[in-house]
Design a protein around this ligand. Structure first.
Ligand code: ATP
Ligand code: MG
Length: 366
């Protein structure tokens, strides 16, 4: 084989439950893509989550974080499970994920919701509304009301107990998430809808002002604005109108879950979390699925599509990304289904076999 033109270090964090099963499939796919595209991956597999807790006593060991920071991209399986559910709070596997996001300084969370023609009936919406939906929610992940100060409990003038939180956004936080969103829209269909509540909230007024300002750097992207209440409605009324949506932390939390239900298949949905310069974090949106772990039943497609996002948004290897996406569609076209997306008359397979079929599609052996 030819000497690879480019070499990337990819940290793999299999984690818990079905994590190791789906990561193994993605690793094989990336390896095969590398040999076809003439690139090289140096994989570093590190413990994380419950697996790391058992091994080292903490959910995110120093070595895991520094390996992640030193790599070009990070691919995570899933973390958590019954076994650790009664742990003290600071020793929960999920704490490791928060620490990882913090350590990698990933402030932009990208979640696509695509209704694939082969799976249109999995949608919670009517076929004619769901068909052809292909949108991306870009959510601000490290600011806003979830982190704003002051926050806490107190007492009001009537002596009643109160709880309070603060929605805060600074110019730099809005500008950087806006740029990620415009870049994302540019790689897609060139349409960006910014969602806010600028008729009521000052933080949203600044949000809208800055997004409009940053838009001048992207004259090729068509920008629109929508209030969040209307956006929530439009997402189920006519989701096809959206290409890329950018919004703050709390609105994005809600809207990205709403958008994922349009597709109806949790085993199919990838995500990316991006920072300013360092490595991005890529992971399926599903959890560790302890109910089916170790049974070779997991759908590996969400992780494969996360690997595609890793190639596209993390490494800029768009052609390699398209190879994975095309192979996933081809495998579905050939009738292969894991249990979560199975319907009568199709070929029911496990995680491993699904992975092998995708590899065949990548290799164009079918
Ligand atoms: P989280 O850990 O994020 O809180 P959760 O516990 O709410 O997630 P999951 O672990 O994602 O939920 O599992 C929810 C349901 O979906 C389970 O029944 C699980 O088996 C199923 N599921 C999740 N991921 C997959 C997958 N990749 N393939 C098949 N089934 C899946
Ligand atoms: Mg769970």
């Amino acid at each position: 084989a030819a000497t690879p033109s480019k070499s990337y270090t990819v940290t793999l964090l299999p984690g818990d439950g079905i994590g190791p099963e789906v990561i193994s499939v993605a690793r094989n796919a990336l390896q095969l893509i590398a040999s076809i595209e003439g690139i090289e991956f140096k994989f570093k597999e590190m413990p994380m989550g419950g697996a790391a807790l058992d091994l080292t006593g903490v959910p995110l060991p120093e070595e895991t974080l520094s390996a992640a920071k030193d790599s070009d991209a990070v691919l995570l399986g899933a973390i958590g499970g019954y076994k650790w559910d009664n742990n003290e709070k600071h020793l929960k596997p999920e704490t490791g994920l928060l620490q990882l996001r913090e350590g990698l300084k990933v402030f932009a969370n990208l979640r696509p919701a695509t209704v694939l023609p082969q799976l249109v009936d999995a949608s919670t919406l009517k076929r004619e509304v769901a068909e052809g939906v292909d949108l991306m929610v870009v959510r601000e992940l490290t600011g806003g009301i979830y982190f704003g100060k002051p926050r806490g409990f107190g007492t009001n003038e009537n002596g009643q107990e109160i709880g309070f939180n603060t929605e805060v956004y600074a110019t730099y936080e809005i500008d950087r998430i806006a740029r990620v969103a415009f870049e994302t829209a540019r790689k897609r269909r060139g349409k960006l809808c910014s969602v806010d509540k600028a008729n009521v909230l000052e933080a949203s007024m600044l949000w809208r002002k800055r997004v409009m300002e940053i838009a001048s750097e992207y004259p090729d992207v068509e920008l629109s604005h929508m209030y969040v209440d209307n956006a929530a409605m439009q997402l189920v009324r006519n989701p096809k109108q959206f290409d890329t949506i950018v919004t703050n932390n709390i609105f994005g939390d809600i809207l990205s879950d709403e958008a994922s239900m349009i597709t109806g298949s949790i085993g199919m949905l990838p995500s990316a979390s991006l920072g300013e310069s360092g490595p991005g974090l890529f992971e399926p949106i599903h959890g560790s699925a302890p109910d089916i772990a170790g049974q070779d039943k997991a759908n590996p497609l969400a992780t494969l599509l996360s690997a595609a996002m890793l190639l596209k948004y993390g490494l800029g290897e768009e052609k390699a990304a398209q190879r994975i996406e095309a192979a996933v569609l081809n495998t579905l076209d050939r009738g292969y289904r894991t249990g979560d997306i199975y319907s009568a008359g199709l070929k029911l397979v496990g995680c491993k076999e699904m992975g092998e079929e995708v590899l065949k599609s990548i290799d164009s052996k079918v």
